[in-house]
Design a protein around this ligand. Sequence first.
Ligand code: ATP
Length: 316
Amino acid sequence: MNPAIKTLGLRCSFGKQVAVDGIELAVPPGSVYGFLGPNGAGKTTTIRLLLGLLKPTAGSVRIFGLDAQSRRAEAARLMGALVETPCHYDHLTARENLAITRRLLGAAKSDVDRVLETVDLAADADRRVGGFSLGMRQRLGIARALIGRPRLLLLDEPTNGLDPHGVLDVRRLIASLAEREGVTLFVSSHVLAEVEQTATHVGLMHKGKLLLQSSVAALRSIQTKTVRLKVDRTDEAIGLLGAMGFGSARHGQHSLQVDASCAEGAARDLAAINVKLVERGIKVFGLEVSEPSLEDIFLGTIAGVPVPDRSMSLVS
Ligand code: ATP
């Protein structure tokens, strides 16, 4: 099956400013793709390129196999989007706002009730939008993007500016959308937590480049445990660990860290290691097992720390 999004060498400059620098996105159909990166990374520009709202300086975009430039209208029909804060007619009701979009797109009449239900606004359908909270306005924006049953939904920073309650509502909605509407979701955010629970795939943008692209499952599988020991006689402890088959290195005067390649085993055998050290008369002040979070991996990648397995640039 064709990828929902495939870009080749996609690039976009504004004068001398390169906003998107030759990225190769591969978004599998049916995935929830978290498009992450700090402010100014190039996320919004990428979304505009995907939607055909901006012309690439170089490279190409395919949406479910359709070239987004030569078959723009067809590709556009496959997509729904929420880019920045949605604009609604405040003097009209939610239902009336959606009816306008439905007529413009020539979508089925039943779409309006369906999307109101999906975004949990059915009870407020006949209220004027002027009285809606920001969170409700955002959900209405997502409802509008769902009219016409798009196969791909692009949401740009969907929780920006919302209060914690609104953030939670929109996050829950995103989690349910893939299931309820059967769409592929492409969600940009500068906060990993936004998509960490729901994303099946992630891409990490920084300064216009796609630094990392992976399925979340592959990323989690390379998260290596680290074991840190605090002891009084560090060199002796390193020797003893070596005799037990664990490589380790000094990490400060009274601290040592077990090699990443051995850490998984060391984490399992922590009790045995402790007993051996104590038997030898080495005082153990601390034993700590830590596992880097996805956030750690991302921050490390941005800081230039190599990811253990680059083969995780996966398409499926
Ligand atoms: P944010 O979360 O802050 O919106 P972003 O990851 O979406 O960040 P973009 O908005 O795509 O980033 O911007 C990427 C870079 O391109 C930034 O340096 C921005 O200033 C620049 N840029 C974006 N749009 C334009 C434009 N129309 N003209 C000139 N420069 C632009």
